[in-house]
Design a protein around this ligand. Sequence first.
Ligand code: FE
Length: 159
Amino acid sequence: MKNIVFIFISLLLFSCNTSAQNKNNEEIFSVTKTDAEWKADLDESEYNVLRKAGTEHAFSSELNKNYEKGVYVCAACGTPLFKSEYKYDSRSGWPSFDREIEGNVAFSTDRDLGYTRNEEHCATCGGHLGHVFDDGPKTTGKRHCINGAALDFIPSKNE
Ligand code: FE
């Protein structure tokens, strides 16, 4: 009986791990495509951000000043990533949120600009979204600085 309980707890712990990793410590994503497939499925700016970890020009995204009610989903795989009520005006020029939909966004670190930043990506397809900083509003203290090209906005139906 103890063994069964142990196995059950182990399974539970493993399934709660939002970004499962394989032996090589690489994340496993449930949606995977070849680079050619992503290139065919995404437009140029989506591909550059999501698959090449590019950054769109500040103030270039229509979603930057969007404050309608709804949900922001991954432009590559449709996974819900941020709710409209998490959005605020950071004045940075990029859509900003004080929190993510927990479990649907995964995090890593990068030193692309010579200092350590917390990168964030879609936990379903691995698409790069942006970075999270500790200079957010009082609600959480976090500023999720997200490229609008990585997001699609789905307005609430009852609005
Ligand atoms: Fe995705």
